[in-house]
Design a protein around this ligand. Structure first.
Ligand SMILES: [Zn+2]
Length: 202
């Protein structure tokens, strides 16, 4: 893609462009169990939610599953995240329907690594060595999961809030650091189990 094409593409996506102008903020968060970050972009016809979380918040462990019980936890997690309309309920006024959910976690072999690609590939490679008795990960190594959720909405900019049910589904998650980008501007919100409505109006 040429620079000019890229610039044109970014101009067509003002909100996404605004989000990408904040890489320092997006990458600043530390891996803290019980916390996750949520980037929300409100565009004319879409609501886009990007989760980045320690795997611990969703699973209670941060490596490939080793037992049937752990494999079930992973498949339950995937099923719950795929039903994202039950975890994130946008303001009915926006008339949204869930469009796509994509997950990426190198530790679980989920999705295509897009950020930090070489690091993730190294992990995949290590995991494959396991049958030989070699450990791919140190026991204390941490791992994350990224989840991207897109809603198509008739009137996305009419959304005044998103009700976040994630705390009910995943009890280990105790705090969400949200960053919201709307056509009106950008701001941050903190969510907790007893304050789980994400207000989209500044
Ligand atoms: Zn961890």
């Amino acid at each position: 893609m040429s620079d000019i094409t890229l610039r044109r593409a970014l101009k067509a996506l003002p909100v996404l462009a605004a989000l990408s102008a904040l890489p320092a903020l997006a990458q600043q968060h530390a891996h803290t169990h019980g916390r996750m970050t949520l980037d929300v972009a409100v565009d004319e016809k879409t609501l886009t939610l990007e989760i980045e979380s320690p795997l611990d918040g969703f699973l209670g462990f941060e490596r490939a599953p080793r037992t049937d019980a752990e494999r079930k936890r992973v498949s339950d997690m995937v099923a719950r995240l795929n039903a994202a309309q039950q975890l994130f309920v946008p303001d009915p006024a926006a008339e949204c329907t869930l469009a796509t959910v994509t997950m990426e976690s190198a530790a679980l072999g989920l999705g295509e690594p897009k950020k930090d690609g070489e690091h993730a590939k190294a992990h995949d490679h290590d995991d494959k060595k396991r049958p030989d008795g070699k450990k791919g990960h140190a026991e204390d190594e941490h791992a994350d999961i990224d989840v991207d959720i897109v809603f198509n909405c008739a009137k996305a900019t009419q959304a005044r809030f998103i009700d976040v049910k994630l705390f009910d589904a995943f009890k280990r998650i105790r705090a969400i650091d949200a960053q919201i980008a709307t056509p009106q501007g950008q701001f941050k919100r903190s969510l907790r189990p007893d304050a789980a409505r994400l207000n989209l109006v500044r």
